[in-house]
Write a protein that binds this ligand. Sequence first.
Ligand code: GLY
Length: 416
Amino acid sequence: MRVLVIGSGAREHALLLALSRDPSVSALMCAPGNAGTAEIAQQQAVDVASKDAVVALAQSFEADLVVIGPEVPLVLGVADAVREAGIACFGPSAAAARIEGSKAFAKDVMAAAGVRTAHSEIVDNPGKLDEALDRFGPHWVVKDDGLAAGKGVVVTEDRDAARAHAADLLENGHPVLLETYLDGPEVSLFVLVDGENVVPLIPAQDHKRVGDGDTGPNTGGMGAYTPLPWLPEETVTAIVEDVVKPVAAEMVKRGCPFSGLLYAGLAIGKAGPAVVEFNCRFGDPETQAVLALLESPLGELLNAAATGTLDQVAPLQWKNGSAVTVVVAAENYPGTPRVGDVISGADIEGVLHAGTKLVDGQVVSAGGRVLAVVGVGDDLTAARDDAYAKIEQIKLPGGHHRTDIGLAAVEGRISI
Ligand code: GLY
């Protein structure tokens, strides 16, 4: 099977590595890729938002399967175009990708499917902002209703900060979603879906704030670990039965069946799981940890989802132990990152590339999240030690990372 992976992050690097371990995968291409993906796949520049360009590339590569990593091409209908060209595609249609692309659509689906989530209101008129803010608090959750790469969310107890973020979004023409705050530790559960068939992967936890101790602004994700020692197996079953299956069925009922990876972001409160958000693709940086433990052949799984045969796949096989991803970010991320810094010491197994490129034979930073360092071990402590030992060897001027990925779980500070 010849597989084309669209995207350029550490998520795509992790997908390519797992695909390269699958004996049914005979050739790999990544577009546009980064300095790390170029080591394991053919590489080609492409505008990922262009249906024509992606289809043309898939045809010239003679791809049997196209795997679309990021949300933007999915929301724009690139998966539809690939399928219309007669090539199997892992990723939902534009209609189904609204589960991530429009938070209002996601709320509507959840209401119809009877899924617990935060109460929310859309504000699109600046004149109505203050009265809407008064209906929320003492924690304000302010989201961009469209795509914002995780950085459009502000969670704060400071009404002025909530107001400033909402006003800024409105000024830039983005409707604002205000939500009630959901209490409890967060879980990312990735589920392969084709229509009403669902196959959950192991749960992970992201660390969204930039600083240790969950301080500072939200990011696209600074680290993750899997599995979650504090999450009972029956809670995962409840998420699949009470959240994922009803949502998948509701999407089928609406004529926009989901095909691909449905990412359920949940808060596990005292009353049980509630949905914080859905995404229409693999999460980053959780994927890097989850796939480090996957033993089943990834190409076969993604192809089964793409071809509507997920009901025929064997039960998933996982390595014992734990995996941890720690993101190394550029100076000033999640603000405008400094780019062009030379990276050294990163040529280590488990170091995945995100914002990197090759310039005159040197690997330099080219984005906010630069590397994702994956550690594995017999338990979470060993996996953390492995990841942080690798980070010690890496040099990125101005680079920063969190030192506490998975630490609260190791110290038994997470309870539900
Ligand atoms: N880890 C957050 C995301 O992928 O959206």
